[in-house]
Structure formats: C-alpha cells, structure tokens
Write a protein that binds this ligand. Sequence first.
Ligand code: SF4
Length: 88
Amino acid sequence: MSVPAGIMGPMTDLFLEVRVDEERCIGCGRCQKTCAGVFDTSLGKAGVRVTRVPRELEDACFDALEDCPRGAISGFEVRDVLFGLVAS
Ligand code: SF4
C-alpha cells in the first residue's frame, strides 16, 4: 500500500471492544456496578455505552465480563490501523 508524502504509517493499536448478548442477559445490574463507564442497565437489560473501551476502564470491564452470572458479555481485542503525520 502506498502512503502519501507527509504521512507515516500504517501503525496499529489494540483496543478492547465489548458486546452483550441480550438473549442471555437477565438485567441483574452487576456489570454496571462493576464498570458503570461501559455498561448501562437502565433499560432493563445491559447495553454498552461505548464500543471501544477506554484504557482506564479495561480492568473493570474484564472484571464485569468474568462476573456476569449468565456469560452474556463478550470481549474482543480489535486492531485499529492508524496513520500519523510526519513531524517536520
Ligand atoms: Fe446482564 Fe450479565 Fe450485566 Fe447481569 S452482569 S446485567 S446478566 S450482562
């Protein structure tokens, strides 16, 4: 792949993405108590506020995933491709 002058890349970065299986979720609220920055159960079942988990919330998010009594939370490491400007 050719990269335009002044642009370096591609660089890659890994980030965590989470999803909730609504069929499995029973709306117990444990995930929100553990990681309110990512999970929201205000509508009865859990949903995610952000698909890309901020770095500072990753540990809490993994705890929520492991503590879910229904195994309804899935986590994926996603590789993002970034381009950066070359400093002159
Ligand atoms: Fe649903 Fe699991 Fe969260 Fe409970 S902990 S609300 S079952 S996703």
